[in-house]
Design a protein around this ligand. Sequence first.
Ligand code: SF4
Length: 411
Amino acid sequence: MASERQIDVGGVLIGGGAPVAVQTMTKTETANLDATMEQIRRVAEAGADIVRCAVPREQDVEALKVIVQQSPIPVIADIHFNHTLALKSLEAGAHCVRLNPGNIGGPEKVAEVIAKAKQLGTPIRVGVNSGSLPRHLRELEFTDPVEALVTAAVETVELMEGLDFDNFKVSMKSTSVPNTIAANRLLAQRIPYPLHLGVTEAGTKWSGSLKSAVGLGTLLADGVGDTIRISLSTFHAEEEVKVAWEILKALKLRERGPVLIACPTCGRLQFDMDSVVAEVERRLEAYEDPIEVSILGCAVNGIGEARHADFGITGAKDMGMIYSRGEPLKKVRTEDLVDELFAEIDRWYAAGKEVVVDPKAAAEAAEWLAENEDETAMTPERLAALEAEKAREEAEFAEASPVTGRRFQRA
Ligand code: SF4
């Protein structure tokens, strides 16, 4: 359920079924041109489709004029409280301006900004924040914060429509994940315009990423949301971009770069898998294709659920194995696993993305796997498979016999 309407932010389409756009915000003082451009280049390299810069002062508008010319990705000017800066940012060539109509100084000033945006054909992001709802919604906010947020957003949309303006997207920001989810679900049913999703002040890289993944991931899985920004308390804006991409990749909404999967490890692990995973993750950053690489902590489980991975390694105490799409490729010493994995990936590229198999090495690896596999071991993977099978049987039983099935489910 993507939004019906679509807008164009400097060539990046938002809404109307376009891929969910990743955006972030620079953390530098915008007027510090060198530092801001350096950060913009870094976030663009990390995969940001759009970048937003705060414009709280005149000198930031001056810098903005250069930034919009030099930036490799479209730039949104972030304005609060000062409609003159919004007008100047539009004139400076910003590809979009973000403003919250509630804090810009009254309806006349909003109308002035919208008139300029219309004249220039520039889209606007309008939004409401849970922390600054209009006075007449304060009581509702106390009894029903979600409805208060949605009502404020709908009123903002009506304000735009009253100005005969439809070139906008909408955001509703809340620090509460459940409220973010509930409010955006409701708003998506009530308005046809693209939605910008974010959990405001989400937190540190660790907790903020999780909150964002839960909040935004839930909405995106439902098809709600057209562009996302992950807010993390870090100066490194590219970290926000990486998290956004992991969410989109996990939901298979977009592809970018390799996908790394790794077993959770258990008592069967006999090598330093943490270091291997970190090193593989670091070295995969140099690759652009969505190759899937799997790391298994032991061979007890065979290749198991990593059968579909383009490449993988199975470690053990002294020796390990490289495999591709479920087939053993070679046996290698544990300390050489990472180097050999990347040698195989590079060989695959050199052969035009064909797996190169050395039959002798593959046979040795298959033999090693057969020696180390233990079909009787109750591994986490096999337990998960058994649980999935049990759940499937229960579902089938409930479907085949609704009355007994219901009783069975309660038992
Ligand atoms: S049994 Fe599974 S979880 Fe445990 S180390 Fe082996 S592959 Fe990893």
